[in-house]
Every structure is written in structure tokens, then in C-alpha cells.
Design a protein around this ligand. Structure first.
Ligand code: PLP
Length: 289
């Protein structure tokens, strides 16, 4: 069955969409994206994703010509038209077409949204946890691209290749100062002496929507929380660690470079936090479970 996608105000079968050869996303990676998850037909923290998108637009100086209401309606109609309830949603916003190096500001930006059946992670992934490999590429503290979700994702893709070459499911990026930053597509947390610690927003990371939700949950249940830099050695000496993103939620992190994190198996606090996360999703989206 051919999927329906949304492109610039029109819902159309995926194969009928044509994108300009002068699309700046294609020519320069000039655009932004968001990846979101729908549960029971409702998108978790859609408005937060759109706020992050808006911040990215400011950084890239792209005229914000797509109102949040329009995007929200398009996302929901897309889920409807594809009869999806458990879904991953990909939204891409490209700066207006033009082949010259400098953008022409009279061109309206383009919006592409697609959705597919969710099925990225399995129960055994959570039961076993992920291994990360510390990669040679670093998050550049001097680049604003480290904190927005631009469609230039090659650092992340190369990092993921390097991780896969080393039998790990995810990359571990340090920043240009040598502190732990994040994964290729995930934020990172560790637990040490019952304190939850994650690198601060200015550590060369994407400010994850899931990261924010996890911090919120931990504070609401009175856990000690610190947004603080830490080294890879400290990560190895932690009691538990985990990765977060919108699709995988909370994934236990059990190994770094063949060395175990904590006891080398998914930790009890990580599991408890994941349970709280699912409850929050259910509560916010008013799902009956
Ligand atoms: C580099 C990077 N960091 C962190 C995240 C986690 O962000 P979120 O929780 O908003 O999905 C992602 C998501 O894909 C990412 O690509």
C-alpha cells in the first residue's frame, strides 16, 4: 500500500511528490527536521518539538512561514489518512529553493511530513541494553549545529558507522573539550549514588524532548538531578546509564568500549524511570492502558 505524505499543504501518494532540483536541503543540507512518536494516534509533546523547530529556524535565519497550528493539523491528518496509531513521524523543513550559495529570502520554505508504523525497538533491546562505542568525531562546542536538529546529519551517520564497526548499537560522542556529550541520535544520562546526571544543554548536545521529560519526571519524584559535565571514565564508574530519544524512550546503556557500565546489565532505577516515562505518556495523551 502506497503511503500518503504531506508536502507543502498537499496530501499525496509518496511516489507522486516531486521535489525541486534546487531544493536547498538537497544542495546544502539547508533545513531542519524533527522525529516524533505517536501513541494511540496522539503525538507525544508535539508542541515541544515545534518549539525546538522554531529555535532552529531562528539559528538558521529561515523565515518561520509554517504556523504551529497548520503543522499540528497536518501531522494529525497524515496519521488519519495513513490509518496509523503507533507511529514514527518525520517532519522536514527546507529553506526555500535556490541554487546560489546565499539564500534568496523571498522564497518560502518547504514542509515535508511522513509517518510510518512504529516498530523500531524490541522488548529484548530493553532487556539487554545497548552498547556504545566512543567515536573519534567530536561535538563542536563552537558550532550552533550541535544544538539544532539540522538535516546535516553526516557526523552522526559516520559516528554510527564507527559504532557498528565496533559491535555497538550507538555512538558515544565527546565534545571538543573531551566531556561526554551524547549519542548519534540520543541523549545520555548516568546514575551515580542515586543522583541522575546528564550533560548540560551547552555541552554540545541537541536539547532532547525526551531528555527534558526525563528531567521533569526525576524532579517530580524527588530524585537528585544534576545537569553537569562528566568524563567517559566517570560514565564507566557510574551505577547505571541510559540513552533517550523520542522513538526509543529510555534505553539502558550497559557497555562502553567492551567495558561494563555499573554491573553491565540494565539497572533497576533505569527501569523504574522508564515505567514513569510510560505513565507520563499515557497520562498526557489520555491513553487507556
Ligand atoms: C543528536 C541527537 N541528540 C539527541 C536526540 C534525542 O532527541 P529527542 O529526545 O528530542 O528525540 C536526538 C534525536 O534523534 C539526536 O539526533
Amino acid at each position: 500500500l502506497e503511503r500518503i505524505v504531506y508536502y507543502n499543504g498537499v496530501f499525496a501518494p509518496e511516489n507522486s511528490v516531486s521535489i525541486s532540483p534546487f531544493n536547498r536541503g538537497l544542495l546544502y543540507g539547508d533545513g531542519l527536521f524533527e522525529t516524533m512518536r505517536a501513541y494511540g494516534g496522539r503525538v507525544f509533546r508535539l508542541s515541544q518539538h515545534l518549539e525546538r523547530l522554531a529555535e532552529g529556524l531562528l539559528v538558521l535565519r529561515i523565515e518561520p512561514c509554517w504556523p504551529a497550528r497548520t503543522i499540528e493539523r497536518a501531522v494529525y491528518e497524515l496519521l488519519d489518512r495513513n490509518k496509523l496509531s503507533e507511529a514514527s513521524i518525520r517532519l522536514t523543513l527546507f529553506r526555500g529553493d535556490g541554487e546560489g550559495f546565499e539564500p534568496q529570502n523571498d522564497r518560502a520554505s518547504s514542509l515535508l511530513i511522513s509517518a510510518r508504523q512504529f516498530g523500531n525497538y524490541r522488548a529484548e533491546d530493553y532487556a539487554q541494553g545497548f552498547r556504545v562505542h566512543m567515536v573519534s568525531l567530536r561535538r563542536n562546542l563552537y558550532s550552533p549545529l550541535s544544538r539544532i536538529k539540522s538535516i546535516n546529519y553526516l557526523d552522526n551517520i559516520l559516528g554510527r558507522f564507527e559504532a557498528r564497526d565496533n559491535n555497538a548499537q550507538e555512538a558515544l560522542f565527546l565534545n571538543s573539550n573531551g566531556w561526554v556529550a551524547e549519542g548519534a541520535t540520543a541523549n545520555i544520562f548516568m546514575l551515580k549514588n542515586k543522583t541522575l546526571i546528564t550533560p548540560p544543554a551547552d555541552a554540545g548536545i541537541l536539547p532532547g524532548i525526551t531528555r527534558a521529560a526525563v528531567l521533569e519526571i526525576a524532579r517530580s519524584i524527588n530524585w537528585a538531578v544534576q545537569e553537569q559535565t562528566f568524563s567517559p571514565e566517570e560514565l564507566l564508574r557510574s551505577d547505571e546509564a541510559f540513552l533517550t530519544n523520542s522513538l526509543m524512550e529510555i534505553m539502558p546503556l550497559v557497555m562502553v568500549h567492551e567495558r561494563p557500565v555499573g554491573s553491565g546489565i540494565p539497572g533497576p532505577l533505569t527501569k523504574a524511570l522508564h515505567q514513569h516515562y510510560r505513565e507520563l505518556v499515557g497520562k498526557e495523551l489520555q491513553l487507556s492502558i
